[in-house]
Write a protein of this length. Structure first.
Lengths: 460, 460
């Protein structure tokens, strides 16, 4: 243990000495757009990050799929030591609404110790920190303390549609003792965090049509159906104003929390007044009778991501619109599945608004790793070493990652170790990452690889 | 009577001989944008159309208001004859969505006997037909058979906010025996039509806000209120899926139909199958138990003109949006008023969603002229002369015009004599007017002025 910490000191000094160079390289990375939803820049960025891994001797390759490619590389030289799979994604969210960005999304800008750019927190700054951790370990020690596989996906932001088949056809290649993902934000308090699971997500679109063209609301109002009213009346049958999803059977497979999970949730702290102040809210959302963290982590949601129909310009326009759509996502918890809930949504729409078209856009099932997994210890130790205090343990995170392919298909424990600040504004304008957290992420990555390597012989 | 018809023959020949020249002049007029909602081109078009009237000896002027100006001109030379006020509006609707226009909205294009351009039917092609009628009468006869006042408004498409005060401060200037407005479409059957009233309209916007920025639906879903859900839940309390407006007291002042109105409604004909076919609809809107024409003309509506919030681009985006708005209009019938119904909407929103901001955008009260007014006769005769068959009599039109300022403030009978085809697509892409109807509008205008002039001594 002391020896491992001693060796780490040298690595940490190396990271500190290269702080400015590492930040410059991060800026170079996030400057490159890679928007999976629009197919922008994907191929170029896959080649780029594959090249970075190759420079570290990872024998990296860009592996084609039926969608955007995976980037995979490995160094398997620590005989007898555990094998760690590092997962991340090199694609980013679309940057709109553009006019709400203070600096353009693909012109990375440092303000007040943060780097502002689309994708800096979600997820480039986080997996790039892992890669720089490997680079720093190799530079200082000449070898990695455990075996490391790196998988970077290009479609996480559109729901990881290729992950299940890619994992299924590459079981041996991806086989490892554990997988670590650094994505999403740390706890609101700023303390480092380990996530043991994720909510799943199901995305779909509802499309309503009226006449074959926009009409005058005076000459046709009262006669011709209005697709916006159709969506309003359909949606209100799907979730009531108490926050309860009213789709038949929606909660059937929601599992009760385990005692360990209840304990962990009870330890989580939040300053509700501060949350409301920082978001400028007077009230939080229903159902208020469930606790903050239960609603956030262990309870399903139904979010309308966007609803658009008819006139949206300045002033008024007396138009009766002829089409409208709603984009929605439902966050799933164990043991709900995307297939199960989509079928329930389908049956509901067919019963309540048969004329509305329902389009499935993608899903990820939820995942959970037991809080008492033996691989939790070296991760807790790494975060404690870097931050000087023990991390918060989250039974599940609110957001979604395709971890179910690791926990349910590859049957390995999966841990989330986020490096980004809580107000990273991922999926929103002015996405940012605190540069100190980026640097600490590099150190955490180096410490995790070191302490997992030190488990040689302890597990199995 | 014969003499009047005889003189008209010469005027009609003159109109036919100038058909191409008149169409060219209409093209020149509609090529000029005059979008009141955006403040585009208004001053230029007011000057232009004032100049056209001046060339006819109408001593026209552009009269400033607190909004866009009025254009007014008059020729009062027919001593002892009635005075006719012609009302129209030189402003047009915004042209978006631009990508649905086959030819650009301000590049007038003739296809299949129709002229396509924003504002050609609503209202430039119609009041320009009246002006060319006066020009033709003057060219053939050297004088007008009745006294004529012309008032062209620049804010009809944004709810005529200045009309009430303008009318109130110019009572003497605008005093007349009747007012005729040519706007909106003729009956679906294509038969010419006289409207004896209009539904009113109240426009407002609902604005909902959540947090102070867009958030990630996974990291915040279940915790932070969603303004789109707020609007869905509010709107569904305002109108149910049976088409009934459920705002307290909404129907209190809806007047029952008079026997004459019931008779007139019963005479109106519609081919429901054809309406559905032409609009590509399988069903019409609720409440189906009320007849087609009652719903269209004599029953209030509640239309969502547009609802926008959150992501609207391609694919999916797991965002929890922070703002959403709905633009709405309510069509009013006698004796509802804009003030009354807005107050009821305000009370409803305050009770059901106090955090939602309600913005009044404008209103026009409904209006009605008795079906047995003596001035109906010369208008019926004019339409019968031009079209060879008696017009349809509509107790009210579905659309809204500021006619209440004529019927309720100036206390004169008001008649709508639309010249545009039923599928003119006013307020929508590909607005158009059949050129034959434009030419017949010129002839109708000339005939109305002639037959009203022939009433000299009959009324008063």
């Amino acid at each position: 243990m002391t020896s491992a910490n001693g060796e780490l000191d040298g690595v940490f000094s190396y990271v500190d000495a290269h702080r400015e160079a590492f930040i410059e390289r991060l800026i170079d990375y996030v400057r490159r757009p890679s928007i999976s939803a629009h197919g922008v820049g994907i191929a170029e960025v896959a080649q780029f990050i594959s090249g970075v891994l190759n420079n570290l001797g990872f024998n990296a390759r860009v592996m084609p799929t039926d969608g955007w490619p995976m980037v995979y590389g490995e160094r398997l030289e620590a005989e007898g030591a555990p094998t760690l799979l590092l997962y991340g994604h090199y694609d980013v969210q679309p940057p709109d609404p553009l006019d709400e960005w203070v600096s353009p999304p693909f012109e990375p800008t440092i303000r007040d110790g943060r780097l502002y750019a689309r994708g800096v927190g979600d997820n480039k700054g986080q997996h790039f920190a892992q890669i720089l951790a490997l680079e720093s370990l190799l530079a200082v020690r000449g070898a990695l303390p455990c075996n490391v596989k790196v998988l970077l996906e290009g479609e996480e932001e559109i729901g990881s549609p290729q992950m299940p088949s890619f994992i299924a056809t590459n079981r041996d290649l991806l086989h490892a003792d554990l997988v670590i993902t650094s994505d999403g934000p740390v706890d609101e308090s700023g303390r480092s965090t380990i996530n043991f699971g994720n909510r799943g997500v199901l995305s779909f679109e509802l499309q309503a049509t009226g006449a074959n063209r926009d009409l005058h609301s005076g000459n046709w109002g009262g006669i011709v159906p209005n697709p916006i009213w159709t969506l309003v009346h359909l949606l209100q049958t799907m979730k009531n104003d108490k926050g309860e999803v009213t789709i038949d059977g929606f909660y059937d497979n929601v599992e009760p929390l385990s005692p360990l999970e209840k304990q962990a949730l009870a330890k989580l702290q939040v300053d509700l007044a501060d949350v409301k102040r920082s978001l400028n809210l007077t009230d939080l959302d229903q159902p208020l009778e469930r606790g903050f963290f239960e609603r956030l982590m262990s309870w399903p949601t139904f979010t309308i991501n966007g609803l658009h129909g008819g006139y949206g310009g300045p002033g008024s326009k007396t138009v009766l619109p002829h089409e409208a759509f709603a984009k929605c996502d439902i966050r799933l918890v164990e043991a709900q599945t995307g297939d199960e809930i989509f079928e329930k949504v389908r049956a509901h729409v067919a019963a309540h608004a048969p004329g509305v078209k329902l389009i499935r856009q993608g899903s990820m099932d939820p995942s959970k790793t037991p809080l008492d997994s033996p691989y939790a210890a070296p991760i807790i130790r790494a975060l404690t070493t870097v931050h000087g205090e023990a991390p918060i343990l989250e039974p599940t995170a609110g957001g979604s990652l395709p971890n179910y392919v690791f926990t349910k298909v590859l049957q390995m424990p999966a841990f989330g170790v986020p490096y980004a600040n809580a107000d990273e504004s991922n999926h929103a304008p002015n996405e940012n990452m605190e540069l100190d957290r980026f640097i600490n992420g590099i150190k955490t990555g180096a410490a995790m690889v070191t302490f997992i390597g030190a488990m040689r012989g302890e597990v199995d």
